[in-house]
Design a protein around this ligand. Structure first.
Ligand code: IVH
Length: 666
């Protein structure tokens, strides 16, 4: 970070830096710095602009709301702009805010409504005549992504309000993922070999902005509504809004989480009591929001382009703890990347005992000058894996500078660092012990070969006993090998062997994914499988062919071809096939067919096809069947004795196909 006397060049550099963090936070849902570090950068820009008003740029983050639109949705305009909120981490600034409001309203001891600051994604929700009709993200404050289809799956957001309504009602709130759902989601993702979300906010934002609404609905999103844009005349105070919304069946803060305060002292007392409860709440919060209670007074004070003058958020710094790094060890992943990990003197942080923290990579260690035996600050701040923030003190005789070893700590093989990459990898590939264990773990995972009852402890044990040394060895394990092993009864042996046997006919894409080819996730594996259709073709596929496929770039194509050229990998795949692994081909799909990419809803009975047959015909031609009808549905397939879906299709203007139309199109 730039501090002290900054040049104009520093200022411009900071703006660029903040903008790239904005993109990662709002659009990609994967920030690389903490909110606190981000807020410090913005405060630094504010400081420079105050000292050099003539440098201040129109596009400065101090004057603009960074957009969260993704390009994946249609964009909708907000009738009333969705502003941002000024924030502070300092008690003095809370006091200054209250004094400022008192001065502007010319009132003393004026009441403020104080409530939790939920750590999620802002959403505007519109009801018309009591019906949920639209939901739009904040976007740039003026227009945002229309995520109505996804918002309909927010668990506690009613589609219909309780009571009688004539006109529209616009609400604002925060969409969040309860911690329980966050944990479940990440466990699933880990099992499937997908990247886990770093924290509940990123998971909430990623889930709300999924293109596939059905998938979004399964994520378990919830909302907390904190504002009504167009309150009826009789509502005079912010504190009257929550009870008003509650009567309609809308989710609002319970009394425990809101408070009325007339002074900075009262605000801060509430803040401290909330901070104590923070670790025990079922969702993440990052502070409290202090709002002037009187709505008329608010409109008098007004707002800047970016945020109202009548509210501020007092943010809690990330939860931190101090401890000592007892040693630094190195983990190796399935693709050979070496990750340094700090082994800590166990310490309590946000309710759990922490004994390890990631150090990410050598660059991070160098930048923070982290060494063994240093006393450090660790931080959780919602992230899954705690990280080391900084070194606070060192022993009298400091340990030497720590460097990732020049050979792999698991197999002793050479390591390399490719140009332009921070990652350092073990070169030994399939021959490295650490990589082997990590590869087996990936190979047997749910989204891959799906071998149940084969945990990491069992893998390590079988490896140590020399029972397995390659992926194909898993299919060579025999009952006799296990009979003598302590802890393995007849039943558990049978279950494991049955599960291994059951895994022998994976869909082709699962098999490709299970191989653990660097950069090849489930999506790329599916695309390659759909193109190649069988394993023999996959083994011969060229880089040029792969590059033609949608969603496969240079990195993935090169990685697949390099992997398949390696004789060790080649032999491994051939052994697997010889041992009876038979990847199944994807169902025939015809691209370019009028059904391709189209969604279908079925109603009634067809003469010539069963429901299942119709489904297979549609899917084989690239279409998909969905269960409920909406404006986005392309076709309603109409059978005899249709249900209510038929009327709905007519109302929503969805094209209706009779059985004859369907036959003609096939
Ligand atoms: S009031 C004019 N109340 O925090 C903006 N915001 O950092 C009024 N947030 O964009 C917002 N909990 O997404 C308000 N109780 C709460 C909140 C809250 C979370 C979010 C909201 C806002 C952001 C600002």
């Amino acid at each position: 970070m730039i501090k002290g006397n900054s040049s104009k060049k520093d200022y411009k550099k900071l703006i660029k830096e903040v903008k790239s963090h904005d993109r990662r936070y709002y659009q990609e849902s994967s920030p690389t710095i903490s909110d606190y570090e981000y807020d410090l950068l913005v405060k630094e820009i504010e400081r420079i602009e105050a000292a050099h008003p003539d440098w201040a740029e129109e596009n400065s983050p101090t004057k603009n709301i960074s957009t969260d639109t993704t390009g994946n949705f249609s964009v909708a305009t907000h009738r009333v702009p969705m502003l941002s909120l000024a924030n502070t981490y300092s008690e003095e600034e809370v006091e200054a805010f209250i004094q400022r409001v008192e001065k502007l309203t010319e009132r003393e001891s004026i009441p403020f409504n104080v409530e939790l600051k939920m750590d999620g994604v802002a959403l505007s929700v519109i009801y018309d005549k009591g019906k949920l009709v639209q939901a739009v993200t904040r976007g740039n404050g003026r227009e945002g992504d229309d995520v109505t289809a996804n918002a309909r799956g927010i668990h506690n957001l009613p589609h219909q309000l309780t009571g009688k309504f004539t006109g529209p009602l616009e609400l604002r709130g925060e969409v969040y993922l309860p911690l329980k759902e966050f944990k479940r989601l990440n466990e699933d993702r880990e099992q499937q070999g997908l990247e886990v979300y770093a924290n509940p906010r990123n998971a909430a934002s990623g889930s709300l902005k999924l293109i596939d609404s059905e998938m979004s609905h399964k994520r378990g999103l919830e909302i907390m509504l904190y504002d009504l844009v167009n309150p009826p005349k009789e509502i005079k105070l912010q504190s009257e809004i929550a009870p008003y919304l509650k009567k309609m069946g809308l989710p609002v803060f319970t009394k425990e989480f809101t408070h009325s305060a007339k002074s900075a002292k009262e605000v801060l007392t509430f803040a401290h009591s909330v901070e104590k409860k923070r670790a025990f709440l079922p969702f993440e919060i990052d502070g409290i929001v202090i709002k002037l209670d009187d709505l008329d007074e608010r409109s008098i004070i007004g707002a800047t382009n970016k945020s109202p003058r009548w509210a501020i958020s007092y943010k809690f710094a990330a939860e931190q703890a101090e401890t000592v790094i007892e040693s630094i060890s190195v983990q190796v992943g399935r693709t050979g990347i070496l990750t340094p990990v700090a082994n800590l003197k166990p310490v309590l942080l946000s309710g759990s005992t922490i004994a390890r923290a990631t150090l990410h990579n050598q660059d991070e260690i160098d930048r923070k000058d982290i060494r063994e035996n240093d006393t450090v600050i660790i931080e959780k701040g919602g992230d899954v894996i705690p990280k080391v923030v900084s070194v606070v003190s060192t022993g009298k005789k400091r340990s030497p500078v720590w460097k990732i070893p020049s050979t792999c700590p698991h197999c002793g093989g050479d390591v390399i660092q490719k140009e332009g990459e921070v990652a350092i990898r073990c070169k030994a590939g399939a021959k490295c012990t650490g990589q082997y264990i990590a590869r087996v773990k990936h190979f047997i995972a749910k989204g891959a070969m799906n071998i149940e009852n084969f945990g990491i402890k069992v893998i390590q044990r079988f490896y140590a006993l020399g029972l397995i040394d390659s992926l194909s060895d898993i299919y060579r394990i025999e009952k006799e090998d296990l009979l003598e092993l302590e802890g393995f009864g007849d039943r558990s042996i049978n279950v494991l062997l049955e599960n291994i046997e059951k895994s022998k006919t994976p869909e082709l894409y699962r098999f490709i994914f299970a191989l653990g080819i660097p950069f090849v996730g489930v999506v790329a594996a599916r695309v390659a499988a759909e193109y190649c259709r069988d394993i023999k073709t996959f083994l011969k596929v060229s880089k040029e062919e792969l590059l033609e496929l949608e969603g496969v770039g240079e990195k993935v194509a090169a990685s697949i071809v390099d992997y398949l050229l390696d004789p060790v990998h080649r032999k491994e795949i051939e052994d697997l096939l010889d041992l009876g692994i038979t990847p199944t081909s994807p169902a025939e799909k015809q691209s370019g067919h009028p059904f391709s990419g189209k969604s279908f809803v079925m109603t009634g009975t067809l003469d010539g096809y069963s429901r299942l047959e119709a489904k297979e015909i549609i899917e084989a031609r690239g279409g998909k069947i969905i269960s409920s009808i909406s404006k986005q549905t392309n076709y309603l397939l109409l059978g005899k004795n249709p249900g209510s879906k038929y009327n709905k299709a007519i109302k929503l203007n969805v094209e209706v196909l009779t059985e004859k139309d369907f036959k003609d199109l096939i």
